[in-house]
Design a protein around this ligand. Structure first.
Ligand code: PLP
Length: 421
């Protein structure tokens, strides 16, 4: 089949040699998936999920059983008092915007002890001037970067928390930065430290790309709110839209009031016809995340063996599903992305090209042949066309597809004479 799909014997053999060395790593990933699969099943059983949950309410959506039960399931999984899980939440940025704007008031300060947040959050907070940002409402922002070693700058964190500090945002994944992704344990250490300085500050974790990578979630180590996107990990590839916010009841209520209207909150918002995909996607999410993780580790080991810098490296523990590869030339970034695209189940025949995307300071190339538009739990890659010519790679609903995509990226590099195997 590999030959039929355009993978040469040379590339396949090279891949097989790399894969053989990863047996123990993959076993550990499967162990985490097994644990999380059981966690999800238990949450569904404890909340008595039944077929009526897949029926959809319309109109105002009062007593939408599927929606209300799913929110209890999320709360069980994250061990939180409450959760808001809605198709009305358009994406991760929207969910984070709701959590921040619902819980901050004019005069309050938001603080990030882990450096700059994800690009889109810059507009939300007002680090980058944007209409309607928190800054316009008189909410200030402060950040302390991680130390060069990747550790927390405890001294400056302590100095930055004062009486106006109302909320703290901690981004678990590195996103498109070069800092390390934070393990849940490290997030826990940071939260404990923050509590000794200001016990009642609201601590929110941007959990995007982190769900089900470990046995525990940031809400298990003291986060008041965890926030993420359903077209990433917890949607399991089936959720066609949506975001979630799980946490303390009073903070989640504030989010619901912000999402709909004060006084209405969680009571309204019909789930329409997406509930089955939300449940089924959540059910699949632990093993889907495992597939994506195997793909990331496989890619790291393949490209490391070929002499490229990879981040994280081939041996490091993983705390999110993103893999960066430094390819050192624009031609390689383009060939890599064309290979990923050519391996997709959807739009495999189109050829991605770099273009000047809004919000980026260089041309960007993106490869995605996804069932859900922009879904990055599905196999996808993108690279800004600027030094050091990194490509960021993530997702893979199944391990065989993630593997095939990576082999195809290598095949394209090989055909272009851009690597020597
Ligand atoms: C993807 C992501 C976001 C934003 O999510 P969108 O769904 O793209 O709006 C925020 N933070 C992190 C760490 C992310 O990975």
């Amino acid at each position: 089949m590999y030959r039929e799909l355009g993978i040469s014997e040379l590339v396949e053999t090279f891949g097989t040699k790399i894969e053989e060395k990863l047996t123990n790593r993959f076993q550990k990933i499967d162990d985490v998936a097994e644990y999380n699969q059981l966690k999800v099943i238990k949450a569904m059983q404890d909340n008595k999920v039944n077929v009526s949950c897949f029926q959809s309410a319309s109109g105002y959506g009062y007593d939408d059983v599927g929606r209300d039960t799913l929110e209890k399931v999320y709360a069980s999984i994250f061990h939180t008092e409450d959760a808001l899980v809605r198709p009305m939440i358009a994406c991760g940025t929207h969910a984070l915007n709701i959590a921040l704007s619902a819980n901050l008031r004019p005069g309050d300060e938001l603080f990030s002890p882990v450096g700059k947040p994800y690009d889109t959050l810059e507009g939300v907070i007002g680090i980058r001037k944007e209409e309607g940002s928190l800054a316009e409402y008189g909410i200030t922002y402060r950040q302390v970067d991680l130390l060069e070693s990747g550790d927390f700058d405890y001294e400056n964190i302590k100095k930055s928390i004062h009486e106006k500090t109302k909320m703290i945002t901690i981004q678990r994944s590195k996103g498109y930065q070069t800092r390390p992704t934070l393990s849940v344990q490290k997030i826990g250490e940071l939260i404990s430290f923050i509590r000794t300085i200001k016990s009642d500050v609201i601590i929110m974790v941007d959990n995007c790309y982190g769900e089900f990578v470990e046995n525990i979630e940031p809400s298990d180590v003291g986060a008041d709110l965890v926030v993420g996107s359903l077209i990433k990990n917890p949607g399991g590839g089936l959720a066609p839209i949506g975001g979630y916010i799980a946490g303390k009841e009073k903070y989640v209520r504030a989010c619901a009031y912000r999402l709909s209207a004060p006084g209405l909150g969680k009571e309204v918002g019909a789930s329409l016809s997406v509930m089955q995909s939300f449940y089924q996607g959540l059910f699949l999410a632990p093993t889907v995340v495992a597939s994506a993780l195997k793909g990331a580790i496989y890619a790291a080991n393949i490209y490391e063996a070929l002499g490229f810098s990879v981040y994280p490296n081939g041996r490091e523990d993983r705390f999110d599903i993103i893999q960066a590869v430094t390819l050192n030339s624009p031609e390689r970034v383009i060939a890599f992305c064309k290979g990923i695209q050519a391996a997709a189940p959807v739009d495999s025949y189109v050829s991605p090209e770099p273009w000047p995307m809004p919000g980026y300071d260089s041309d960007v190339i993106m490869a995605a042949g996804a069932f859900v538009q922009g879904s990055s739990i599905e196999l996808s890659a993108d690279g800004p066309i600027k030094p050091p010519y990194n490509v960021y790679f993530q997702g893979g609903l199944t391990w065989p597809h993630a593997k095939f995509g990576i082999l195809m990226s290598l095949e394209y590099l090989h055909r272009g004479g851009l690597v020597s195997i």
